[in-house]
Design a protein. Structure first.
Length: 118
């Protein structure tokens, strides 16, 4: 069974950068697109961005476009979320998820906390 584990979260100052990683177990990682989501305190989980299975196509939410970059290393079963110019509004638990197609995500990691202070 595929499992996803996020890492790299932490507490930073506004303007700083963080790089989150999501490592997958199992052999089918490279066959799927992967998404990143976040959930701020008291709010619903929202889409951050997505990368296709080859790693040559990405999509981002408007709120992070130009600041966040998603990449993947299929040889290492890992997808990354590079976050630059962080803002306090980026404070949330960040989740990676496997794209099962049709806009659905079927496997989720446990999340990693990112806190940005002003």
């Amino acid at each position: 069974q595929v499992q996803l584990v996020e890492s790299g979260g932490g507490s930073v100052q506004a303007g700083d950068s963080l790089r989150l990683s999501c490592t997958a177990s199992g052999r089918t990682f490279s066959s799927y697109g992967m998404g990143w989501f976040r959930q701020a305190p008291g709010k619903h989980r929202v889409f951050v961005g997505r990368i296709n299975w080859r790693g040559d196509s990405t999509t981002y939410a408007d709120s992070v476009k130009g600041r966040f970059t998603i990449s993947r290393d299929n040889a290492k079963n890992t997808v990354h979320l590079q976050m630059n110019a962080l803002k306090p509004d980026d404070t949330a638990v960040y989740f990676c998820a496997r794209d099962s197609g049709g806009g659905s995500y079927d496997i989720w990691g446990q999340g990693t906390q990112v806190t940005v202070s002003s």
